[in-house]
Design a protein around this ligand. Structure first.
Ligand code: 5AD
Ligand code: SF4
Length: 476
């Protein structure tokens, strides 16, 4: 089949998702021809960097590849290697360049397709670097057109040059494309895309675009279908779920959406990510405290404990407001697990500012915290500041913070020793024979004796021993 034939066909649909299904069929024909030549199936391998959003996007990309006839494999056997990239911190970018460097030899020997997509590709300088240094890449696309993957794949399959398709504007989300889930029993569900907050260190608003919410009926329909397909736990995904629905034609709050999701039969657990403290409503706390299905866990990024740094970060809350919010949540939901994100070494951060962060950590006693060294992102306001914190100073603070965070989360986890909790069994334990691994509703991990038949089920386990980040348990 020639490219002109595919793209010039009179029956080429002009609306989505029909157009993409047309290209999935076209890809299938090309893949089928290759299979006959090689006498075997074609393999794909996806590497996902970054957050849960990217993980979900990768399931969508995998869904399209599978429908086109590819089967999943390791990188060593792959005919198509796809990197879904992240650019939130510089080290995420460096990892991708490293992998690409290592791939050039494999590409020459195996003629595999190499595809790059995701947040990093929304940055002009990245695409320029790739075209210059890694010209063997077959396809580059960004975050706003992943729904078009089938079409771009067909284009790239028939092009000698790198196909580049980056959109500046967001466009409307396209519904009802195939998805291949990593786990049969749990799934992420996008409820909104993009971010409008422009925290001064963060590149996300530039690469993921403005905030758009999916319509509640589309979200509910997707979850209903997932439950019919065996899903018992969903994770509602958005950069700032607390502002869900504000831009809809008929505005709706996140708390109302949660109440409707709760009504879906056979759905057992609801999680969500991420909450911005400035938008967390009393209505949401009420819904959380009443709910039977929403997991008692809030991920509430603090970023810094210093009101001056928070102001410079454009977070729009103070240290005191954050602490008051935590008090309010804990008064209504005493056993809630609280986790957070903290950045160390933001420009201008003094030792006193850092001690304010340590103070909040000691007062709140988070169940878990992701700690990050500030990373300068080109194009963000913070990157232009002259008062960047020297690396050694930031690193020394980071180590102190990490030690404190780990000490506290260890102590908190130990408090649950001996208690009984419900775990969703996720997989066979790779280290310990005869054991499975499950996740508690507060997101903690437990390993206990059991077999494959338990996977995807909710079971009661006694948490016999706390090992810091996880528990050893037994079924009761
Ligand atoms: N440097 C370090 N950490 C960052 N994050 C976002 N941008 C940066 C940056 N430039 C962290 C924040 C956010 C998490 C997803 O990543 O803590 O909550
Ligand atoms: Fe980045 Fe702030 Fe938006 Fe989170 S809320 S994605 S940290 S700009």
């Amino acid at each position: 089949m020639k490219m002109e034939d595919v793209f010039a066909a009179r029956d080429l649909p002009q609306t989505e998702p029909a157009r993409q299904y047309y290209f999935i069929d076209a890809a299938k024909t090309i893949v089928g021809e290759k299979e006959r030549q090689l006498g075997r199936k074609l393999n794909y391998c996806i590497h996902t960097f970054g957050c849960q959003m990217n993980a979900r996007d990768s399931e969508k990309l995998a869904g399209i590849l599978r429908q086109a006839g590819y089967v999943q494999s390791t990188e060593k056997e792959a005919d198509l290697i796809l990197f879904n990239t992240c650019t939130v911190r510089e080290n995420a970018n460096n990892k991708v360049y490293g992998r690409l460097g290592a791939l050039s030899h494999y590409k020459k020997q195996n003629d595999a397709m190499v595809i790059l997509c995701g947040c990093m590709m929304q940055e002009k300088h990245v695409v320029e670097t790739i075209l210059e240094k890694y010209p063997f890449v077959d396809l580059i696309f960004g975050t706003h057109n992943i729904y078009k993957f089938a079409e771009l794949l067909v284009r790239a399959m028939q092009s000698e040059q790198t196909v580049v398709d980056i959109r500046e504007d967001e466009g409307e989300p396209v519904e009802d494309l195939p998805v291949s889930r990593k786990y049969p029993f749990k799934s992420g569900v996008n409820i909104m895309y993009g971010c409008n907050n422009f925290c001064s260190y963060c590149i996300v608003p530039y690469v993921r675009g403005r905030e758009r919410s999916r319509k509640p009926e589309d979200i509910l329909q997707e979850i209903r279908r997932l439950t019919e397909d065996g899903v018992v736990e969903v994770m509602l995904l958005g950069q700032n779920v607390n502002s869900y629905g504000k831009t809809l034609e008929e505005p709706m709050s996140f708390a109302r959406l949660l109440e409707q999701v709760e009504q879906i039969p056979h759905l057992e657990r609801i999680r969500f990510m991420t909450s911005h403290p400035k938008d967390l409503s009393d209505e949401l706390i009420d819904v959380l405290s009443r709910s039977k299905k929403i997991c008692p866990h809030l991920h509430l990024p603090l970023q810094s404990g210093s009101s001056a740094v928070l102001k410079a970060m454009n977070r729009r809350y103070t240290k005191e407001e954050y602490l008051r919010l935590v008090d309010k949540i804990r008064t209504k939901i005493p056993d809630i697990a609280l986790t957070t994100d903290i950045i160390v070494g933001f420009p201008g951060e003094t030792e006193e500012d850092f001690m304010e962060t340590m103070d909040v950590v000691e007062r709140v006693r988070f169940d878990g915290a992701f700690t990050f060294l500030y990373s300068k992102r080109t194009g963000t306001p913070a990157a232009a500041r002259q008062d960047q914190v020297p690396e050694d100073v930031a690193k020394e603070r980071f180590d102190r913070l990490l030690a404190l965070v780990q000490k506290i989360s260890g102590e908190k986890a130990a408090q649950a020793e001996g208690s009984v909790a419900t775990a969703l069994v996720e997989e066979i334990n790779a280290q310990e024979e005869g054991y499975v691994t499950g996740r508690l509703d507060n997101n903690a991990i437990v390993h206990f004796p059991g077999g494959a038949s338990l996977i995807g089920t909710l079971v009661k386990v006694r948490l016999k021993e706390c090992k810091g980040f996880y528990y050893m348990g037994e079924q009761v």
